[in-house]
Write a protein that binds this ligand. Structure first.
Ligand SMILES: Nc1ncnc2c1ncn2[C@@H]1O[C@H](COP(=O)(O)OP(=O)(O)OP(=O)(O)O)[C@@H](O)[C@H]1O
Ligand SMILES: [Mg+2]
Length: 357
């Protein structure tokens, strides 16, 4: 069935779902657009503040009737208070962490973030995860960049994740690590506009409705900047630390500082700063060129009073292996590029031994 037909069929099926106060879900004004992807169906039900519990059974029923129409797709239905979830107050006082609960099957969670886009967060996240795996840890990755997922490409993930009968995802596996990305449920050209509450609900389900099967560490690849998704992750799960990626340029560092400020306000531990695309090694002569004035991030880390975790060179092989879905730590584990990521992983584990589980 084509996507528009399927969303119409789902809407028709939702007419069988009664809602509190009378009427049915299909005719309810708070029902969002129904997003259909090859692997998932997602929609939100906006309810008046305080009505979330009353709508719980309707949500469950909506999932059930949708599942019947949508076949093997994963059903993501969120109940929202009509507004994005209340974030922490930045203007005064410390934010109150609300409702953090452990994620089944995961001992520790670390996230990789940046202030600015395109600085190499996903590249660092994937290679760091593989380097932690090389240290003997059981590692998984969650692609929290719902707006621009990159794990399927970086890890060469093919097809959709399997969904068990009880609706739980079985994650992909690549190079010995587990991986979940909404990107595996989209067509290559499909851009999904997640509205705030839907995004946070999708993230929650990717995190909590996946059979991680026992991990020492989950590495989360964050979207750039400081948005709803970050706040939602830090509010719902105990994140043991964040690695900040920056390029050496001053502007990227200023943005990194903004992200760091947010994390401090949210009381999320900072593991340290990675300088990516730090220096260039000429492929012919092996000579090192500090094209952007290397050392910016190291000095910035000192100023910001956080550990400097290491520098990653700007080299074609990192880009090419990422593009080919064979990250350098997996494809050339003994090489110097992999060495840079492994040194970062070792520094993180040395500074926070509890991460070893
Ligand atoms: N050290 C490096 N050497 C060469 N190329 C790199 C390096 N790090 C990242 N790249 C390339 O830079 C581009 C951006 O990297 P990446 O997607 O990891 O950044 P990002 O910060 O996750 O971006 P976004 O903000 O879009 O999520 C990619 O093409 C990647 O292959
Ligand atoms: Mg990215």
């Amino acid at each position: 069935m084509a996507d528009p037909d399927l969303s119409a069929a789902i809407k028709a099926a939702l007419a069988a779902v009664e809602i509190p106060g009378g009427g049915d879900l299909a005719g309810y004004g708070g029902l969002s657009e129904i997003i259909v992807t090859p692997g998932a169906v997602a929609f939100a039900i906006a309810v008046a503040p305080g009505m979330e519990a009353a709508f719980g059974p309707a949500r469950e029923e909506a999932v059930a009737v949708t599942q019947k129409v949508a076949g093997a797709r994963k059903i993501l239905v969120s109940l929202t208070g009509g507004k994005p979830p209340a974030g922490p107050t930045f203007s005064h006082g410390k934010p109150v962490p609300a409702g953090k609960t452990a994620v089944p099957g995961i001992k520790r969670i670390i996230a990789v973030g940046s202030g600015k886009g395109g600085v190499g967060k996903s590249t660092v996240a994937v290679n760091l995860a593989l380097a932690l795996h090389a240290e003997g840890l059981r590692v998984g990755m969650l692609d929290a960049d719902l707006y621009g997922p990159s794990l399927p490409k970086l890890l060469g993930l093919e097809g959709r994740p399997a969904i068990r009968e009880d609706g739980i995802f079985t994650p992909h596996e690549a190079f010995g690590i587990k991986a979940m990305s909404i990107g595996s449920m989209l067509t290559p050209d499909q851009a999904v506009v997640w509205r705030g509450p839907m995004a946070t609900s999708a993230l929650r389900q990717l995190l909590r409705e996946t059979d991680w099967g026992g991990l020492d560490i989950l590495v989360v690849d964050l979207p750039p900047g400081t948005g709803d998704i970050h706040i939602s992750l830090f509010q719902q799960a105990e994140v043991d630390g964040v690695v900040i990626v920056s390029t050496p340029q001053e502007l990227a560092l200023i943005d990194a500082k903004k992200a760091i400020d947010m994390l401090r306000r949210l009381n999320v531990p900072l593991l340290g700063l990675v300088e990516n695309m730090s220096y260039f090694i000429a492929p012919d002569t092996g000579a090192r060129y500090d094209i952007f004035g290397t050392g910016g991030a190291e000095a910035a880390a000192q100023k910001l009073d956080m550990p400097f975790l290491g520098a990653v060179p700007l080299v074609m092989s990192i880009r090419e292996t990422s593009d080919a879905g064979r990250p350098v730590v997996a494809s050339d584990g003994a090489g110097p590029e992999a060495g840079a990521f492994k040194a970062i992983a070792q520094r993180i584990l040395a500074a926070t031994p509890a991460l070893r589980g």
